[in-house]
Design a protein around this ligand. Sequence first.
Ligand code: ACO
Length: 402
Amino acid sequence: GIQLGNLLAKTGYITYDPGFVNTGSASSAITYIDGDAGVLRYRGYPIEQLAQRSSFLEVSYLLIYGDLPSKEQLSAFVERIQRHTLLHEDLKRFFDGFPRDAHPMPVLSSAVSALSTFYQDSLNPFDQTSVELSTIRLLAKVPTIAAYAYKKSIGQPFLYPDNSLGLVENYLRMTFGLPAEPYEVDPDIARALDQLFILHADHEQNCSTSTVRMVGSSEANLFASVSAGINALFGPLHGGANAAVLDMLADIKADGGDVGKFVERVKNKEAGVRLMGFGHRVYKNYDPRAKIIKKTADDILSKLGKNDELLDIAKKLEETALSDDYFIQRNLYPNVDFYTGLIYRALGFPTEYFTVLFALGRLPGWIAHWREMMTDPARKIGRPRQVYTGAPQREYTPLDQR
Ligand code: ACO
């Protein structure tokens, strides 16, 4: 395939494929998707088994290093991450410079980009020790940055990490805890969030991962590449969809809760009206992650005793869409984002923060892909071609003659 591609490029032929719907940009051994059958596997392990039996850090290890860790390997990995959760005090001061109402995604990507300036000893993309250190630093520090982005937005003081806690517990404490008060992490909530992170951990060549690979292909360091991935995830058609789902549900509620009326607007293709959380470039069947998340949403909401009217609207929407020809003909099923927002909301996260949670989950996938690409003998700088549609050659007219 690669040789044929190179040959065609030399002969001047170009594949025109807007949105890369049918272009294999990489060969990868990380994640397998069968979109027609609704199958997702990380390194060969079905997502359902990992979501039920594994943990987010174990899955991170699996994605990055290729195999499940032994007990010793996992505890060494976890310990190493725990030792790197602190942010440099000067990096903490960055948060002061952002407006208080700043969206947390650009705050997150800016702080991750700034890691390149603080940790200059781990920037060499070809040095194994350096890559290992930046991998650990990212996994350890991004949750701290994410928690501080939240604290900043509500004007509360930052909490230092408590490294006696697990990654998710520590993150929840830094996000919702207060300096003078003990914070008890509810194990069911920590487990639900850990599971959501597992379900988001990788999804092969999606927009943000392709961005990480594209930026990394110029041999930009891991922090710079991941920061670019976070910006790609910010868009409403990608990671921003989980927040857009909640906005949509709230709009339907405000409009009297008439699900059928909303579905008609979607079907009539009213400008800007899509059924958010439905449809996927690759899945033309039920997104396997959505099935797991739907149950978690039910469990968490009933545990917290939250009777969320928006959950009822979501269920009605799903039911209506799944029995409607418009959606059936186009193979539009709920995707991972359809129910996640409801869980995040029940846990107390504000809507605009949801995409940050997606970024926390996707982080090991980005790292795994960057590392895989950097060690791929077929690696080339990403440089697509184009089909030029502009003016033919023209002669320059001086300004006074125009
Ligand atoms: N609501 C209504 N119609 C839809 C939707 C939707 N959510 N998604 C696709 N369609 C329709 C399109 O209008 C199009 O119809 P047509 O053939 O009559 O023109 C057809 O289905 C095909 O849609 P495309 O836009 O070509 O599909 P594509 O693969 O490019 O888009 C995408 C995939 C962006 C996810 C799309 O389904 C969408 O916008 N969904 C809503 C946003 C969303 O939930 N994004 C999250 C994606 S998952 C993730 O990032 C984790």
